[in-house]
Design a protein around this ligand. Structure first.
Ligand SMILES: [Zn+2]
Length: 141
């Protein structure tokens, strides 16, 4: 391990060149800390700026703003949650019936499902593997 002393070369951020460049130590704060350096490129005297420390600070700053991963919920997860929360009895699906929000429907093809959205003539139902929009409230003419 080489000791830092006046006259030795170190890498420092140059305030004039705006780059990490080789500098010569001009003055020491104490045995471990450099006070002043002279840029080998432009020859200007300035305070020592540790290039490794300044880059570390920048990295942690950008990391903090990164997006937290959002949990992906699948249709079956949603279905499971909705079905377990509902205490209603299931009704066999028929397009003539009028369903309301939260109704449990037993569909001959898709199986059990729960009504998620209701419009005048259509219902959006969450089934085990897919979300379907079906006709309801169909008046027989
Ligand atoms: Zn310089």
């Amino acid at each position: 391990m080489s000791q830092l002393t006046v006259g030795k070369d170190v890498l420092s951020y140059c305030t004039k060149c705006k780059l990490n460049l080789g500098h010569t130590i001009v003055a020491m704060k104490d045995v471990k800390h450099i006070a002043k350096v002279k840029c080998n490129t432009c020859g200007s005297l300035h305070a020592f700026k540790d290039p490794s420390q300044s880059s570390k600070q920048n990295k942690t700053r950008t990391k903090k703003t990164s997006i937290t991963p959002s949990k992906v919920i699948s249709v079956s997860d949603l279905w499971m949650e909705k079905m377990s929360n509902s205490k209603r009895k299931s009704t066999p699906y028929s397009m003539e019936l009028k369903f309301s929000l939260g109704d449990i429907i037993d569909h001959s093809k898709f199986g059990p499902g729960i009504v998620e959205k209701v419009t005048n003539d259509k219902v959006e139902i969450i089934f085990r593997h897919e979300i379907k929009t079906l006709v309801h409230n169909k008046k027989e003419s």
